[in-house]
Design a protein around this ligand. Structure first.
Ligand code: HEC
Ligand code: HEC
Ligand code: HEC
Ligand code: HEC
Ligand code: HEC
Length: 369
């Protein structure tokens, strides 16, 4: 019995991998980008941060991997949990069902039919066809020989297909551990997809050449944050005494959504070749229980929430009076894991996680007039 389950698990694991290998043949650029993304690397085997939290989770002792639904949606057994989110997971999301604890993806069961988005083709369902012209002298093809494409699913245009996993997650105390505002998944012009999958150079397929394609490395906190810098702007306003730095979050969700993250504003005055470091401002959402910070599964309350909110312009005041000729360097960045939690998660000593990542940096010079 055990052997049979193992063989079944192994064969469906091979199936998920074989499918991704197939996609790679005709979508090499997209597949290479995907390799580096947190979606590909969302399992406990590939994401150290996810593993560190799971290792402390009370459900681990019972081997009840509740995270599978979003982190390894192909997994039905422990063996399969090696495979993170696959191409097919996303491209077969037909609908998203709303639930209090967390939403649920409804996957289409039609064999090899993938949903996608392309402006101008919103009403098309494409089956592969060979078309002969000039008495059969030249042949062209329509669609993909490997799969059908359905361009009619509006959730692929407004970002709602992301919300099965990203909308919210409550723990067993009905406390919301993380949330992404729904405002970001409402219109075709600006949404989860347009910001996190911006159009970049390179063909979407080798079969039909295109100049650009939707970036599949999924820019975020862990990978390619620089692709998101332009959505957060910094400005400076000098006053008679002191000055103000304004953080303009043009993002429809809190600047960071995961409770492990810590955002900081670091400001330096460069005056007469001297550097004056000013106070670091920290923005966090701390969750906890009985007034003390707690892990996501135990938390029942928000202890502190200074995180930069969706579409917020946050003005930070400084008392130092600026002089003509001063240069001011302002950096907004973040830690993936709150430095105070590294030890508890046994992640201390990890260079990548101890690093402060700069999201946006700006230089200002105080004029002479
Ligand atoms: C034999 C080559 C081939 C293979 C293998 C293949 N595709 Fe495609 N795919 C294509 C072609 C060609 C198109 C473009 C069709 C068009 O523009 O009409 C396409 C288009 C797509 C699109 C829609 C693109 C758009 O225009 O928005 C998606 C999504 C997609 N493929 C996903 C996949 C996935 C996932 C796999 C692996 C499971 C895969 N493909 C395997 C050839 C292939
Ligand atoms: C206007 C652009 C924009 C839109 C629209 C947008 N985001 Fe973001 N998103 C950002 C920026 C900027 C950041 C912060 C920078 C970073 O994480 O590197 C971010 C961060 C994130 C992160 C990482 C947060 C963390 O704490 O690790 C996730 C996940 C995310 N967004 C998902 C979504 C989803 C899902 C949607 C749609 C509901 C969405 N975003 C809509 C710009 C956008
Ligand atoms: C997290 C969800 C997600 C995953 C995982 C994913 N895709 Fe996509 N993909 C999308 C969305 C959404 C679009 C539509 C983007 C757009 O056109 O704005 C898309 C678009 C595409 C396109 C059309 C690109 C273009 O610009 O015309 C192809 C081809 C494609 N995906 C193939 C793949 C392949 C191959 C993989 C795995 C290597 C994959 N996708 C993994 C969400 C996903
Ligand atoms: C099947 C569930 C699922 C779907 C669908 C999904 N995501 Fe994710 N996404 C995740 C999980 C899980 C993570 C965290 C992975 C990790 O860090 O281990 C994640 C992480 C991210 C990140 C953070 C990456 C980083 O570097 O920090 C971004 C950005 C993101 N997703 C955007 C999107 C967008 C945009 C869509 C829709 C096109 C989408 N996701 C659809 C499950 C999903
Ligand atoms: C409802 C979907 C969902 C479930 C269930 C889920 N997660 Fe996640 N998880 C996400 C998404 C989406 C992200 C991306 C970050 C964000 O949105 O803040 C994420 C990110 C994370 C991160 C941050 C990873 C990083 O790259 O820094 C950790 C840690 C994590 N999850 C742990 C868990 C654990 C442990 C479980 C199971 C006990 C779990 N998650 C269950 C959706 C889910």
């Amino acid at each position: 019995m055990k052997i049979l389950i193992y063989i079944l698990a192994l064969s469906s694991l091979l199936f998920a991998n074989a499918d991704m290998a197939a996609c790679k043949k005709c979508h090499p650029v997209i597949s290479a980008e995907f390799e580096t993304s947190m979606h590909k690397n969302s399992s406990v085997y590939d994401d150290k941060v996810h593993k560190a939290v799971w290792d402390l989770h009370p459900a681990k002792a019972k081997d009840d991997y509740k995270c599978a639904k979003c982190h390894t949606p192909n997994a039905k057994t422990a063996e399969q949990q090696h495979v993170g989110i696959s191409c097919i997971n996303c491209h077969t999301i037909m609908d998203v069902e709303k639930h209090a604890q967390s939403n649920k993806n409804i996957y289409s069961t039609e064999d090899k039919k993938f949903y996608s988005a392309e402006i101008g083709r919103e009403n098309e369902k494409v089956h592969y066809k060979k078309i002969s012209s000039m008495f059969g002298m030249s042949k062209t093809t329509v669609g993909s020989a490997y799969h059908d494409i359905d361009y009619t699913n509006e959730k692929f245009y407004n970002g709602q297909m992301c919300m099965g996993c990203h909308s919210h997650k409550q723990n067993s105390h009905e406390f919301s551990v993380c949330e992404t505002d729904k405002a970001g998944a409402q219109n075709k012009e600006s949404n989860c997809i347009s910001c996190h999958m911006p159009k970049v150079d390179g063909s979407a397929t080798t079969v039909r050449l295109s100049a650009k394609h939707a970036f599949h490395g999924f820019a975020g906190a862990r990978v390619n944050p620089e692709l998101l810098s332009k959505h957060v702007q910094l400005s400076l306003k000098k006053e008679a005494t002191g000055f103000e730095v304004v953080i303009n979050n043009k993002t429809p969700h809190n600047l960071m959504t995961h409770p492990l993250r810590v955002v900081q504003l670091r400001t330096t005055i460069i005056r007469d070749a001297k550097q004056i470091e000013l106070k670091t401002h920290t923005f966090v959402k701390v969750i906890g229980k009985d007034g003390k910070p707690a892990m996501p599964w135990a938390a029942t309350e928000v202890l502190k929430d200074t995180m930069i909110k969706a579409n917020e312009k946050r003005a930070i005041k400084f008392e130092e009076t600026l002089k003509n000729g001063d240069h001011i360097e302002v950096k907004l960045g973040f830690y993936v894991v709150n430095p105070k939690a590294l030890k508890k998660l046994s992640l201390d000593g990890n260079k990548e996680l101890e690093k402060f990542t700069i999201l946006t940096r700006e230089y200002f010079t105080i004029g002479q007039h």
